[in-house]
Design a protein around this ligand. Structure first.
Ligand code: ATP
Ligand code: MG
Length: 230
């Protein structure tokens, strides 16, 4: 079982390819102490989302090690690993149920007030309040009725409620209206405080606030540094 972590994260010589096809990452290594904000950038198809998915053990690596607080994520249960992580994925998922239930999924014992506070903290509250039934609005699995941006806001609220030490945010690439875009940006800024984060960033504003930027390509890191250095 993965204990409660501080949030040191390391990839050690990680090589990975999806079942069919060539390696996407080869011998990838990096190590960051708890609290570091890491931005992952690079061309489409470079492997940014793959790095994020590997951290949650959505796929098994071919060789190397991924550790959190020095613990190999392969040595603990997937469930206990994911309890320590928060995710906002590129295609943020909602399941059929109310918006309240969708956010509460981050921490099942949370009260309505805690759910609403989390939504407020990441800027999701305004759009939810404007829906016909507010937090009791039913959404379907495919998220019909909600835009990609709104699904990301729900996903952010869910992560905020969970309050993990390590956060993975994969900013949506689909077109998001400017107003929602600004809300997500502010929501991301709010949730990042005091955590280790891996942010797959498409927005310059997100990239600028990172402690370190990794440019992913050629099956590894092409370049790394701060925004000023790159
Ligand atoms: P984008 O900026 O478009 O989101 P990315 O850097 O996140 O790109 P990945 O999604 O990590 O890129 O994909 C890296 C490579 O792995 C691509 O060639 C992609 O086609 C392939 N790939 C991604 N997911 C899968 C999968 N589930 N099965 C097989 N191949 C995949
Ligand atoms: Mg991606």
């Amino acid at each position: 079982v993965m204990p409660d972590v501080k949030g040191d994260v390391a990839f050690e010589h990680v090589t990975f390819g999806y079942e069919e096809g060539e390696n996407i990452l080869e011998n990838l290594s990096f190590s960051y102490p708890a609290g570091t904000m890491v931005a992952l950038v690079g061309q489409t198809g470079a492997g940014k989302s793959t790095v994020a998915n590997l951290l949650g053990r959505y796929y098994d690596i071919q060789s190397g090690r991924i550790t959190i607080d020095g613990i190999d994520i392969k040595s603990v249960t997937i469930k206990s690993l994911r309890e320590q992580l928060g995710f906002m994925l590129q295609d943020s998922f909602v399941f059929s149920g109310t918006i309240m239930e969708n956010i509460r999924y981050g921490r099942l014992e949370a009260t309505d007030e805690e759910v609403i506070a989390a939504a407020k903290a990441v800027n999701a509250h305004d759009f939810i309040s404007e829906l016909p039934n507010g937090y009791q609005t039913a959404v379907s699995e495919r998220g019909s009725m909600l835009s990609a941006g709104q699904r990301q806001l729900i996903s952010l609220a869910r992560a905020m409620l969970k309050n993990p030490r390590v956060l993975v945010l994969d900013e949506a690439t689909s077109s998001i209206d400017t107003e929602t875009e600004i809300k997500i940006m502010e929501g991301i800024a709010a949730i990042l405080k005091n955590r280790t984060s891996f942010v797959i960033a498409h927005r310059l504003s997100t990239i600028k606030s990172a402690d370190v930027i990794l440019v992913i390509g050629n099956k590894g890191i092409i370049e790394k540094g701060s925004h000023e250095e790159l």
